[in-house]
Every structure is written in structure tokens, then in C-alpha cells.
Design a protein around this ligand. Structure first.
Ligand SMILES: Nc1ncnc2c1ncn2[C@@H]1O[C@H](COP(=O)(O)OP(=O)(O)OP(=O)(O)O)[C@@H](O)[C@H]1O
Length: 683
């Protein structure tokens, strides 16, 4: 610990001792003012204890220990039914959560804003495809073979763990806590962390043995790692003959519809399709609450673009944005994320292309407008070993929360991989066309199947074989030509038949000719931003949550500072005191709010105004309307607690403007005089 930290701890500890001794004196007095003083001393004591805890392990959120902060947050979220562990009365199931009423409202607001910010803004084509997906689709995409994590089992209890997570936790803990590590050991552990995605089961197994990593819960030995496919398997229909899976992502539904969507778009590129829907991953050991679950909402965009022109018409709108970026080189040299101007990162090649840069900028705007703190958001570039071999460049929007930096949005240039894979497997060409204004002369491969010979040899299968021969690319065709010329026949794989057939030299002619071309046919590249909605919402909960002392100073009150766009309820209406005239006004205002489409709650209980404010602050309601006359009311803003006075007829339009973002609260305050009333005094 450095001397500044030591000094802080010493000062805090001294203050704590002083408070404890003052508390002992006050406790003996037993008067009401002494009780108030005692309560505020208790508060101060608990705040200092939290700071001490935080300063002891260097882990804090806004000066409060991470664990303490998270415990209070999660307790509030579960108590106010933002979310509920699913099937709770049957002890629940790990990795499955329900959203309760305010959580549901936040989620639907986030999705509505997502649609407005992306789908509407870019004229995207939204689709809605089934969750149950036939095996053939996920075989083509590579999920059946490769969507796996390496798993180890507690050899005595059978409990399963993700092998790479155990190694990651071990390395991080060693690096953070073991001050006696040699430089070589530090380098080795850092290297292991960088290589996590590259280790084979054998390499991971030998690391686990070498470091003596055991089951975290029981300390029992662990099995060797082996791959576990994360997809939930099912079968479609009663016969059990059609294997299927619950989709692990929504993207495949878009790829398989490419041909129709392209036509719907007037056969023009670029265009984007979007989908919001449930994704299912049978995570090995779900942990960290909403961050790693087994069923979650994904919002995905597939932007199809010409691989030879990845410019974006609206790129200039984001070039001047500046935010934290964590390029590959910074990560490799142990540096921190740096603030970069997006335009510079694209022009110097740090970000692969304009369209990818455009989406990084739009994701930044989306997240920060939702209420994610700018200082706790960064864009991290994938290291070479993290990226799929076909990907041109990938960046994750990572948000810092009490669990560390969490990937919430993946933004990848996946090149032409997905469309090619489905073209090959389905036999349907998923391609785009560029029409030339003047025809071009090009050397062209000409494949001419001799249908008579093929028909004699293959009868009913002839059509599929002809299609496969015609779909050969240049490299494949030249190999076939060479084999036919040297051996007179060749084994030829026909995917749609699921087998290889023998093609003889009299069944096909392959040559190169100069031809006039009227168009270019190509497979578009795909740029994919993929949003984990639950992760974003959880980080938003963390970034919005704070506590403040009640007016009496005897308790800490919880507040969610949600921006109006995501707040589950936009305002509350309550009469200051129970009185039929005020109640009638409250009901009239409620009616006008409903007509204006503003979600609100009306509270006509006799509870004190301060308590009613506290209840709604804890749900993140940004505005409270208090009826204290029959002609005008006060509107109170949650975080500043500032109030303005507004005529009853104008209330709904004022609240609508400020919740729709047409005007800010500051604008409204200019227009309406500030107000200090009974309701403030009572708070
Ligand atoms: N188990 C999960 N629970 C909640 N959200 C998830 C989960 N897995 C992925 N996501 C979200 O879906 C987005 C896109 O999925 P992607 O396949 O890129 O994630 P991933 O790289 O597999 O995530 P991770 O490495 O954390 O498992 C992620 O950015 C994340 O926000």
C-alpha cells in the first residue's frame, strides 16, 4: 500500500474511533434530538466502514466497496421486482431470470430506443424468425461443430466449471494479490491470460495441473478439460427425425433470408437487416447474475456491404466523436485504453473500415444516451487469436461494472463467411449484383455440363449435380479440369446429395474465354453489431444507482437516476394531503397523462410526501407531480429535487416534452418559475 493510501486509512480509522466515542455519549442522553444525532453518527460510521473496506482491497465503486455496493443494488432490484430468479418457489434454476414489472418496462424502453436509434435511423429491415432452428442451418454456420466451451468436472461431486474461467480467475488473483511473484512468473501469467482463447484441451489441462487449480467450492481435484456444446438440443415434430436446436444467436435467421431481403430492398447494397429475439446458451456455470444467463434477449444487426466499398454514407456524422478505445497494440504492450477521435482511428487503419467505424460510433451514442457513463465505457479490439479466421476486424463495447469490464456489444466485420457457408450448404446462391453502365471484357471461366451424359449416368440426381458443377469457383474448377485431363475422371463432392460422385471427362467442359460482362456477381461482406440486452440493462442499473441521506438524516435512500427515455414509469401523481378536491385534480391529470401516452402512477394514500418520493426514487421515476392547489401543481425532478410550478392544463405536455427529449429539464426550468413548497419541506 502506498503512503497516500495509508494516510487515508489512518484518517478514516481515527474518525471512526471519534464517532464511536461520540455515539456512546449521545446514546446515554435518550432525548429525541440525541436519537437523531445518534442515527446520523451511525450513518457516518457505516459510510466510513465502507470506505475502509474499499481502501483495503482497492476495489470500489464511487468510494463504496464493490461487494457492498452490489449487495445493496441487487437487494433493491430484487425487492422492487426489477428482476426475479425464475421458478423461485421451486428453488430456481441457475442462469434463468424473470423481469418483474419495472424491469419489463425498462427492457421494453431500451428495445424501443434501440429500434428508434438503429432500425428507424438506418431504414433497416426488421425480421422475426423462430427460436427453434433445424440442425442443417447450424451445421452450415459451424455452431454444431464449434460452439463449445472447455469444461472440467469436480471429480468427486460432478459439479461443472468452465476451464478457461478457472485459469483466468487464478491468473488474475495471483497477479493482483501475490506481491512476491518474480518478473518471469508475472510474464507467464499475463501470457496465459492472453492465450486463453487459443489453448487446446490438453494445454489447458496441463496449465490447470501445473498451477494446482482445484474445484473452487470443494477444493476437490478436477477432470481433464473437454469440449461442451452450449446449444440446447431438441427435435422438431413428433417423429424425432428432424434434429434441431434452440438458436444461440439470432443472426442465422437473417442470413438464410438474405436472398429475399436483398430483392425486397430493390436488389441494392448496402442495406441492413435487424432482429430482436431470445437466444439460448447452456452456459456451463452461469454466474454474475444477469450477465451470464442461459436464455437472453439479443438485438442483432447484419449490415450487408460490397467488400470492395466499405464506405458509409453517414460516416461523417460520427467522425468527431471521441471516446475510450483499446486497440490491439495497447493491449499487447500492457498499456491502458486511450481516448481517440473515431475519424483518426479509421483513417490510420486502427479500425478496419468506415462502416465498422460508423457502427462503433452509433453504438457509443446509443449506450451513452441510455445512461451508460462515458468514463466506464470502452471499445476493445479483439486480439488476433480471439477473432475467427475469416473476420476482418472486431471490437467489443465493454462496460465497467462491479464485476470488471464486461463485453456488452460485439461489433464484427465477418467478411463474406456466413453467406458463403449458407450458399454452399443450401445450394442457393446468396449473392449480390453490380450492374455495369458499360459492359466490361473479362477473362471468364466457362463451365458447360454435358447434360446428355450426366443424365445417362445420374438420372434423377442430374439436376443437383449440374447445379453443383456450375457453382464451382475458379480454383475448384481448375483442379477438376486438371484431374480430368490427367486421369479422365474425378471424385466430385455434391453437398446437396451428401456424397461424392465420379465425373468423367465427357460429362463436362471447362475453359477460359474472353466475355463481355454486364454485371459483377459477388458475396457481400457482413458487419454485425450484436447487443446483449440483459448485460446492457444490468450495467445501466449499476451506473444509475446511488444512495443519499433522507432529510431526517436517519437512513440512506436508494435512487436510480435513469434518463427519462429508459425510466420504467415517467412520473407519479399525488395529492399533497388527502382531500377530495386534490384527488379529483390528481385523477384529471392522470387522465391527461394517459391520453398523452405517458406511463405514470397515481398515489392517493395518506403516506407522507417524503416517503412517497422515496418510494418512486427507488424505481427511478424522474418526475413527481404534487397536487397542492386546484389550479396549479408542482413538478419535482428526481435527482436535483428542484421543483417548478405548472398550470394543470399544461402538465401533460410539459412532462411529455421532457420525457421525449424534446426539451431538457433545464429548458423547462427557464420557462417555469422554481418553487419551494410544503412538499419540499416535507421531503
Ligand atoms: N450467457 C450470456 N448471457 C447474457 N448475455 C450474453 C451471454 N452470452 C453472450 N451474451 C451477449 O451477447 C452478445 C453477443 O454474443 P457473442 O457470441 O459475441 O458473445 P460471447 O463472445 O460468446 O460472450 P462471452 O465471451 O461473454 O461468452 C455479447 O456481447 C453479450 O452481450
Amino acid at each position: 500500500m502506498d503512503s497516500a493510501e495509508e494516510l487515508l486509512r489512518k484518517t478514516l480509522a481515527e474518525k471512526l474511533t471519534l464517532i464511536e466515542s461520540q455515539g456512546n455519549v449521545v446514546r446515554d442522553l435518550k432525548s429525541s434530538s440525541a436519537i437523531k444525532t445518534l442515527n446520523s453518527l451511525k450513518l457516518e460510521k457505516s459510510s466510513i466502514e465502507q470506505q475502509l473496506l474499499a481502501s483495503s482491497d482497492g476495489s470500489s465503486v464511487g468510494g463504496v466497496n464493490k461487494e457492498v455496493f452490489r449487495k445493496n443494488l441487487v437487494n433493491t432490484l430484487e425487492r422492487r421486482l426489477f428482476y426475479i430468479p425464475s421458478f423461485k418457489i421451486y428453488s430456481g434454476v441457475a442462469g434463468l431470470y424473470d423481469y418483474g414489472p419495472p424491469g419489463c418496462a425498462v427492457k421494453s424502453n431500451v428495445l424501443a430506443f434501440w429500434r428508434q436509434h438503429f432500425v428507424l435511423e438506418e431504414n433497416m429491415l426488421e425480421v422475426d424468425c423462430p427460436c427453434v432452428t433445424p440442425e442443417v442451418v447450424l451445421k452450415a454456420s459451424g455452431h454444431v461443430e464449434k460452439f463449445t466451451d472447455l469444461m472440467v468436472k469436480d471429480e468427486k461431486t460432478g459439479t461443472c466449471y468452465r476451464a478457461d474461467h478457472l485459469l483466468k480467475d487464478f491468473c488474475k488473483e495471483k497477479l493482483e494479490k501475490d506481491l512476491s511473484l518474480s518478473i518471469e512468473k508475472v510474464q507467464e501469467l499475463k501470457h496465459d491470460l492472453a492465450m486463453l482463447d487459443d489453448f487446446s484441451p490438453e494445454q489447458l489441462g496441463s496449465k490447470i495441473k501445473e498451477y494446482g487449480i482445484v474445484a473452487p467450492d470443494t477444493k476437490n481435484p478436477l477432470s481433464d478439460p473437454y469440449p461442451f456444446n452450449l446449444m440446447f438440443q431438441t427435435s422438431i415434430g413428433p417423429s424425432g427425425m428432424i434434429p434441431g436446436y434452440m438458436r444461440p444467436e439470432t443472426a442465422q435467421g437473417i442470413f438464410v433470408n438474405f436472398k429475399d431481403l436483398y430483392y425486397y430492398n430493390g436488389s441494392k447494397l448496402p442495406f441492413a437487416a435487424a432482429q430482436i429475439g431470445q437466444a439460448f446458451r447452456n452456459e456451463i456455470s452461469p454466474r454474475q447474475g444477469l450477465l451470464r444467463v442461459r436464455e437472453f434477449t439479443l438485438a442483432e444487426i447484419e449490415h450487408f456491404v460490397d467488400p470492395e466499398d466499405k464506405s458509409h454514407p453517414k460516416y461523417s456524422e460520427v467522425v468527431d466523436l471521441e471516446f475510450l478505445m483499446f486497440p490491439r497494440d495497447e493491449q499487447m504492450t500492457g498499456k491502458d485504453a486511450v481516448k481517440l477521435r473515431l475519424g483518426d482511428a479509421v483513417s490510420n487503419g486502427t479500425v478496419n473500415n468506415e462502416t465498422l467505424g460508423y457502427f462503433i460510433g452509433r453504438v457509443y451514442l446509443f449506450l451513452t444516451r441510455l445512461g451508460i457513463s462515458k468514463e466506464r465505457l470502452r471499445f476493445r479490439q479483439h486480439l488476433a487469436n480471439e477473432m475467427a479466421h475469416y473476420a476482418a476486424d472486431c471490437w467489443d463495447a465493454e462496460i465497467e461494472c462491479s464485476y470488471g469490464w464486461i463485453e456488452c456489444v460485439g461489433i464484427a466485420d465477418r467478411s463474406a463467411y456466413d453467406l458463403r457457408a449458407h450458399s454452399e450448404k443450401s445450394g442457393t446462391p446468396l449473392v449480390a449484383h453490380e450492374k455495369f453502365s458499360v459492359p466490361k471484357e473479362v477473362e471468364k471461366l466457362v463451365i458447360t455440363p454435358v447434360k446428355k451424359e450426366l443424365g445417362l449416368a445420374f438420372k434423377g440426381n442430374q439436376k443437383k449435380i449440374v447445379e453443383a458443377l456450375e457453382a464451382m469457383d475458379e480454383k475448384e474448377a481448375m483442379e477438376v479440369k486438371a484431374a480430368l485431363e490427367s486421369k479422365g475422371e474425378v471424385e466430385f463432392q455434391v453437398c446437396t446429395l451428401g456424397k461424392a460422385v465420379t465425373i468423367k471427362s465427357n460429362m463436362i467442359s471447362i475453359s477460359k474465354e474472353i466475355k463481355k460482362e454486364h454485371q459483377r456477381v459477388f458475396t457481400p461482406s457482413v458487419i454485425e453489431p450484436s447487443f446483449g440486452i440483459g448485460r446492457i440493462i444490468y450495467c445501466l442499473f449499476e451506473h444509475s444507482f446511488y444512495t443519499r441521506p433522507s432529510k431526517a438524516g436517519d437512513e440512506q435512500l436508494n435512487v436510480f437516476s435513469f434518463p427519462p427515455v429508459v425510466a420504467p414509469i415517467k412520473c407519479t401523481v399525488f395529492p399533497l394531503v388527502q382531500n377530495p378536491e386534490y384527488e379529483a385534480v390528481a385523477k384529471q391529470i392522470s387522465k391527461s397523462l394517459t391520453a398523452a401516452g405517458i406511463s405514470h402512477r397515481i398515489d392517493i394514500t395518506g403516506t407522507s410526501i417524503g416517503k412517497r418520493y422515496a418510494r418512486t426514487d427507488e424505481l427511478g421515476v424522474p418526475f413527481a407531480i404534487t397536487v397542492d392547489t386546484t389550479t396549479t401543481v408542482t413538478i419535482r425532478e428526481r435527482d436535483s429535487k428542484d421543483q417548478i410550478r405548472v398550470e394543470i392544463e399544461k402538465v401533460a405536455s410539459v412532462v411529455r416534452d421532457v420525457t421525449d427529449g424534446v426539451r431538457t429539464w433545464a429548458d423547462i426550468q427557464w420557462e417555469y418559475p422554481s418553487h419551494s413548497s410544503m412538499s419540499t419541506a416535507d421531503e
